[in-house]
Design a protein around this ligand. Structure first.
Ligand code: BDR
Ligand code: CA
Length: 313
């Protein structure tokens, strides 16, 4: 069983990522930290608590992480309401959680856990990489102990979803993403290359409507499916961005990866927030990033649905 920490900007697909981790028998979810992006960090934490409550995992602590990108000269707008709804979870009202947000700072919690569990710990970030970069800045040696760092973010072989070159989580804090990629940490990048190929439709969400909690989750995800139908009619469903990253962290065989040294372009030009191979480290024999470029989407969807059926039956 892997000890796992999720770093989320909850967010509809972040909500699915939390549910997936709770349902997976291979995972012990030891905590969640929040970041900003789909919604502000403190509201992302509240949403995480509500989703945990919905899936009966009230005992998992939730910590507030960074509220702003590392590059303080360039503040982002707080809410991505067009895609995730004004409340981040598809305008669906959920019952209030029974536990409050934890008082310890999110980055401190991450470093304490890394110290305690070392290579038994898996960290999956499905929002901007600000907390990971800040933790690495603060204590690189402790971050190096973590067994597995998997991120949802970036795009290598396909266009971005914010600009032609930029994916949203990287675009929220390109400085942080670049710091992570150019650090000596081993990172698995689950980007749009694979998440745009891993889709969910109302055919699947309708199968959760057997319980009240399942119906709430289906309402949340159906909002996302409708948004995707408007914005990306060619896909035929919504992307399972964040839950795929959790799946890959548990079972790397869901994807095919290539080993690369990656960087992020941080100049404010047309290439802002692009994830690309680092020319300066082309001949490095030990590249530190595994970039997922192909996915066994049928097997993943099967496992995803098995997990959700277990939660909502
Ligand atoms: C990523 O951006 C966010 O909107 C989603 O939650 C996901 O993490 C996809 O680019
Ligand atoms: Ca997210």
């Amino acid at each position: 069983v892997q000890k796992m920490i999720l770093d989320v900007d909850t967010g509809i697909d972040d909500a699915m990522a939390i549910a997936y981790a709770v349902a997976d028998p291979e995972v012990e979810l030891i905590g969640i930290l929040s970041s900003f992006g789909n919604i502000e960090s403190d509201r992302a934490a509240q949403n995480a608590l509500k989703i945990l409550h919905l899936v009966g995992a009230d005992d998992v602590p939730v910590f507030i992480g960074h509220q702003n990108p590392l590059d303080h000269n360039y503040q982002r707008i707080g809410v991505n309401s067009q895609i995730h709804g004004e409340n981040g979870i598809g305008e669906v009202e959920l019952p209030n959680p029974t536990q409050p947000v934890a008082t310890q700072d999110g980055v401190n919690f991450l470093l304490t856990a890394a110290q305690e569990y070392g290579d038994q710990l898996t960290v999956v970030a499905t929002g901007p990489m600000t907390n990971l970069a800040a933790a690495w800045e603060q204590d690189p040696a402790t971050m190096k102990k973590i067994g597995n760092i998997t991120i949802m973010g970036g795009a290598l072989t396909v266009p971005g979803n914010v600009t032609p070159v930029a994916e949203a989580n990287v675009e929220q804090d390109p400085v942080a993403a670049n710091q992570l990629f150019t650090s000596d940490l081993n990172v698995t990048m689950v980007g749009l290359d694979v998440t745009l190929r891993t889709l969910l439709t109302k055919h699947e969400t309708s199968q959760w409507r057997t319980t009240e909690a399942g119906s709430k989750m289906a309402d949340i995800v159906d909002f996302y499916i409708d948004v995707y139908a408007d914005l990306y009619p060619e896909l035929g469903g919504c992307s399972l961005h964040d839950p795929l990253a959790v799946g890959v962290a548990i079972d790397p065989n869901f994807v095919t990866t290539i080993d690369m040294n990656m960087m992020v372009t941080t100049e404010h030009d047309a290439y802002y927030a692009r994830t690309i191979g680092d020319k300066a480290r082309l001949n490095d024999p030990n590249p530190n990033v595994k970039v997922a470029v192909a996915v066994d989407k049928d097997r993943y969807l099967q496992v995803f649905m098995d997990h959700f059926k277990q939660l909502f039956n």
